[in-house]
Design a protein around this ligand. Sequence first.
Ligand SMILES: Nc1ncnc2c1ncn2[C@@H]1O[C@H](COP(=O)(O)OP(=O)(O)OP(=O)(O)O)[C@@H](O)[C@H]1O
Length: 673
Amino acid sequence: MNLEDNIQFLVGVGPKSAENFNKLGIFTLQDLLLYFPFRYEDFASRSVFDLLDGEKATISGTVVTPANVQYFGARKNRLTFKIKQGEAVVGISFFNQPYLADRVEVGKEIAVYGKWELKKQQLIGLKMIVSTDKNENELGYEPVYHLVAGLKQAALVKAIQQVIEEGLCEQLKENLPDSLMKKYRLMRRNAAVRAMHFPKDMNEHKQALRRVKFEELFFFQMKLQALKNKEKTGKTGVQINFKDSEVSEKRATLPYELTQAQLSALTEILSDMKSPFHMNRLLQGDVGSGKTIVASLAMYAACLANYQAAIMVPTEILARQHVTNLRQLFPELNIALLVSGLKVAQKRQVLEDIEKGRTHMIVGTHALIQSDVEYYRLGLVVTDEQHRFGVNQRKRFREKGQNPDVLMMTATPIPRTLAITAFGDMEVSVIDELPKGRQPITTRWVKHEQFSEVLKWIKSECEQNAQVYFISPLIEESEVLDLKNAVALYEELTSYFGSSVHIGLLHGKMKTDEKDHVMQEFKAQKIDILVSTTVIEVGVDVPNATIMVIMDADRFGLSQLHQLRGRVGRGSKKSYTILVANPKSDSAKQRMKIMTQTQNGFKLAEEDLKMRGSGEIFGVRQSGIPEFSVADLVVDYNILEVARKEAIEIFKTADQPEHKKLIAQIEIEGGFD
Ligand SMILES: Nc1ncnc2c1ncn2[C@@H]1O[C@H](COP(=O)(O)OP(=O)(O)OP(=O)(O)O)[C@@H](O)[C@H]1O
């Protein structure tokens, strides 16, 4: 028997059942060995005094009464007997398994797995373990695996048992370097794999799990480092030669000074752009920290060196906002807007200008990566809110030029765990400081019953020229309902405030120029209250708006609430966020509370990660985080950090023979695609 053998040749499997194994990703015997259980049934005997009501556990003891079977009607029956464990005498009941009576003998040792009923001091038996001569500790653990229809737990266990008994674990080659095995006292691979399936005790299992998690995260980090290395050494990127002084001159014309954090991010980006290597950088910063101006200056630098620079954003509103700002900042440049809503003739002209190099900067949505767009000399691409673009879209963007430098911006702070996982191949710049003069946003959570008071307060604020956002309740599954909600809220507010307050409405179904018009009116302070669906969520910048009311806030996730709240507090005036919600679940209540307690995006992101798990956060699935088979990014953060550190070290000392071999191996196995 060999590790590479096809699973279908295993005794008791065969071609038909092999198909079920295949569905689990098991094709060879090695795959089978590396298919680990997700939990264990604990059959080790426990003391009845330690058991909680309803808990499933095994207890053992001496049988003290003979088995008695009571029948209720033709099919239903109950078998009962008593056992003595130390000083305690407890009842055992099995339903509808009368034949078990044969195995119950007064005076004999017995172990039963079942559900403990504390009040009645009895165990409802689920499984009888005739352990008469066995030592209690040997009752052990039974692995439980994820299955597919047609494949039973017992069949899978038997197959694994068979290959382990044939000694296949011994064929597994150790894949971690000796130095790391010693340094972290890791179990050997073959012993760990066996113990993952059939641990002798929980301590052995713990050690095995630590080893396989380390292995998984270490190789993941090695691949990321290999990728990063390739970017740095292999392909040469564009070398963008601009004069620093010209960028500084432009900076001096801004109405404000850049913060220290903005300056250092800008310096990092500009020096990457100047270098002949390919830039692959993530610009992280909390909402409102001023990422846009940093990216704009980087784009400007590219244009100074006669390259085109493009920025891709997730919504048309945002694209239009950027175009307006960029044109104001750089009146000397030709800046084009490329979105799907353009008229045919207009679009043709825009495309031609881009191709002929008449356009310097291009701002757009997904339209930027469509096949009809040909760039003249694309040197820098920026993606805003990159988590909304899948890995493939990001890749397509890059392929539009001759390996242009890439800057990704994200306003959703990403917990470090995720950042080094999803973006471990990138360099990271962080803006961890807000512009001067910002006041903290006060966040309050109110119930629907208090809504009329909120309205009263807003009325008085509006009399003092406050501008307010109202976010209508989110209905994820239905755009129609979403719209209905927004319209209903708009009507409610209109009838409440009357004509003294100007109210606008914004939703995803509106035509682009209608949306644009409403936004312009709001910016120009012709609209006091803007009722909107979440189309407003990302990037919208109206510094004069100071109040944000989010209806049914419990329907939103933490990061989305944080994004929404980020629309206020962008100027020097005091801002408020009101969450209107009557949450039902504990986790929703928790979200409301956290929002009122902190405004720190990184902290919120960590909380979000803990509450929801890495899979759901920020649409992480599309941002390239793989699913791990044993490791968990939240729980195994420490291991991840260590694995990353070691992987970086190995690439740094790549000339050591052991490291050379490892790296070569990673390169053969390839990347993530
Ligand atoms: N150094 C600064 N001093 C004062 N104001 C600044 C500074 N940098 C940026 N701003 C202003 O702060 C506001 C927010 O900046 P910007 O839109 O760039 O934030 P952002 O990080 O992109 O936020 P978001 O992710 O929420 O879009 C803008 O009105 C911008 O003009």
